[in-house]
Design a protein around this ligand. Structure first.
Ligand code: UD1
Length: 427
C-alpha cells in the first residue's frame, strides 16, 4: 500500500484551491436515483468514495461517466434494488441510497453498514423516520429490507441532529404523499447543497440549513445539473496545515462562512486570519497558544476537523482541552500523534493536550481513518526529520491529491508507491 513521506520544518507559502465537497457529492450521486434520465454534476472531487458511489449506482443499472471534474449519471429503472455488502462496507454513506430507492420504487434492500473505526455509527434514526412514514422495515441476514406502497408525509423529530438521517429522510420525503417535517434536522452546508439540487429536480423543500425542514411530496422529479459546493473540511485541513507549518497561505475557492467555528478558534490561538468572498488567508506569526475546542453539529466546531486541530494544539503553547461530542470513539489518532512525541492524555471523550512547540520528532505512523490520516500528515509538517504515514488509502477516500496541494505550497512531502512487498498490512 502507498505511504506518505513527509520531511518537516518547511514553512508554507502561496495559494491553493479547494476541491468540491466529498460529503455533498456522495449524497448528490445517490439523489439521482430519484429520477430516471441524465444528471450532470460539476466540481466533483476525484476520490475513492466518489468512485465507490459510482460503482454502487452502476450495480443499480446507472451509467456513470466522468470527464475531469464533471460527472454524468444516466439513471435507468434498476433490475434489482439491492445495495450489496461488498459495496456498502467500503463506504458507510451507501446507506443514503435507501431513501431514494424506497420512495421511488417502493422497495430497497441495503446491507447494514456495520461498525466503523470512529464509533458504532448506527442508522436507527434513518430507519425510525422511514417507519414513521409508513415503510415496512425488517432486518434480515445483515440487510435492511424496506418496502412501502407510497411513503406518507409525517412529523419526524430527531433525537440527535444526524446528517445522514436528515438527508435520507429529506430525499425519501420528496416523493412521499403529503408534507414531512423534520425537527432537530442537521444544518450542515452539504444538506443545503443536496436540498438545492432536489429543488432543481422539482422537489418542494423549505428550511434546509435550519433545524426545521419542511418537504411537500410531489409525484415526479426530473434530472438536473448542479455544481458541488467547496469542501469545507478540505479547506479547513489546508488552513490548519498553514497554521501548523507556519508561513502565509491563501486557501482559495472555499466558503469562509462554512468555516467560522474553525477560524474563530484560530484567531483565538493567535493566527492572522483574513477572509474574502471565496478565500481565507492564514498567517502564522509564531507563538500561537493552545485553546479549548468542543466538537458539535454545524455551525459548531466540526468533528471532521478535530484530529487536525489536535495536531496543531500539540505544537502550540499551553494546554488545550479537546472534547468530542459527536462520535464516541474518535481519538484513534492520539496514539499515533504520541509516537511523534505529542503529550496527550485522552479520557473518554475529552483529551488534554499539553503543547510542545517545536517538540515533535518524525517517526513511522499509521493512519486509522480518514481525518486521523490528515492529522498525522499535518503533525509531520511540524515535526523534526522524516515521518512516514502508512495506510494512506484512508486519506485517498476523502482528499484529492493532498500531497500535491501541500507540495505546491512548499511542503517536503511525497507519495511512495507500494511495490506490493508490504501488503500483508492489509490483514
Ligand atoms: C456525516 C459525515 C461525517 C461527519 C458526520 C458528523 C458524510 C458522508 N459523513 O456522517 O463526515 O463526521 O456527518 O458531522 O456526510 N447516530 C445515531 N443514529 C443514527 C444516525 C446517527 O445514533 O441513525 C449518531 C452517530 O452514531 C453519531 C452521530 O449520531 O454519533 C452523528 O452521526 P451523523 O450525523 O448521522 O453522521 P453521518 O451522517 O454518518
Amino acid at each position: 500500500m502507498d505511504k506518505m513521506k513527509v520531511v518537516g520544518g518547511k514553512a508554507l507559502r502561496g495559494t491553493v484551491r479547494t476541491s468540491g465537497a466529498k460529503n455533498s457529492a456522495l449524497k448528490l450521486l445517490f439523489a439521482t436515483l430519484l429520477a430516471e434520465g441524465k444528471h450532470t454534476f460539476h466540481n466533483v472531487p476525484k476520490l475513492m468514495d466518489v468512485d465507490s458511489s459510482a460503482t454502487l449506482l452502476e450495480s443499480l443499472g446507472a451509467i456513470v461517466t466522468r470527464k475531469g471534474h464533471t460527472v454524468t449519471v444516466e439513471v435507468k429503472a434498476p433490475g434489482s434494488f439491492e445495495a450489496n455488502y461488498d459495496l456498502v462496507r467500503k463506504m458507510r454513506a451507501s446507506i443514503l441510497c435507501l431513501g431514494p430507492l424506497l420512495t421511488k420504487y417502493g422497495q430497497a434492500q441495503v446491507s447494514l453498514p456495520g461498525g466503523c473505526a470512529i464509533g458504532s455509527r448506527p442508522i436507527n434514526l434513518h430507519l425510525d423516520g422511514m417507519k414513521a412514514m409508513g415503510a415496512d422495515i425488517e432486518l434480515r441476514n445483515g440487510y435492511v429490507h424496506a418496502s412501502a406502497k407510497r411513503l406518507k408525509g409525517t412529523n419526524i423529530l430527531f433525537e440527535f441532529a444526524t446528517v445522514g438521517g436528515t438527508e435520507n429522510i429529506m430525499m425519501a420525503a420528496t416523493l412521499a404523499d403529503g408534507v414531512t417535517t423534520i425537527e432537530n434536522a442537521a444544518k450542515e452546508p452539504e444538506i443545503v447543497d443536496l436540498a438545492n439540487y432536489l429543488v432543481k429536480m422539482g422537489a418542494k423543500i423549505e428550511g434546509a440549513g435550519t433545524s426545521i425542514i419542511k418537504i411537500t411530496g410531489v409525484d415526479k422529479l426530473k434530472p438536473a445539473e448542479h455544481t458541488v459546493i467547496p469542501d469545507r473540511i478540505e479547506a479547513g485541513t489546508l488552513i490548519i496545515a498553514a497554521a501548523i507549518a507556519g508561513g502565509d497561505v491563501t486557501v482559495a475557492d472555499c466558503v469562509p462562512e462554512h468555516l467560522e467555528a474553525l477560524l474563530a478558534k484560530l484567531r483565538e490561538a493567535g493566527y492572522g486570519i483574513e477572509t474574502a468572498a471565496t478565500s481565507v488567508r492564514v498567517r502564522s506569526t509564531g507563538g500561537a497558544k493552545c485553546v479549548d475546542v468542543t466538537t458539535a453539529p454545524h455551525p459548531g466546531f466540526p468533528t471532521d476537523l478535530q484530529a487536525q486541530f489536535m495536531a496543531l494544539m500539540c505544537v502550540s503553547e499551553g494546554v488545550s482541552l479537546i472534547t468530542e461530542t459527536v462520535f464516541e470513539n474518535r481519538f484513534m489518532h492520539v496514539t499515533e500523534l504520541q509516537r511523534l512525541g505529542a503529550d496527550i492524555n485522552p479520557k473518554s471523550r475529552v483529551a488534554v493536550v499539553r503543547g510542545k512547540p517545536g517538540g515533535l520528532e518524525g517517526a513511522p505512523v499509521m493512519a486509522t481513518d480518514l481525518r486521523a490520516s490528515a492529522s498525522l500528515v499535518l503533525a509531520a509538517l511540524a515535526s523534526r526529520g522524516t515521518t512516514t504515514v502508512s495506510r494512506i488509502y484512508h486519506l485517498d477516500r476523502g482528499y484529492e491529491q493532498l500531497e500535491l496541494k501541500l507540495a505546491s505550497l512548499g511542503a517536503n512531502i511525497e507519495r511512495i508507491k507500494s511495490d506490493g512487498s508490504d501488503d500483508s498490512e492489509l490483514a
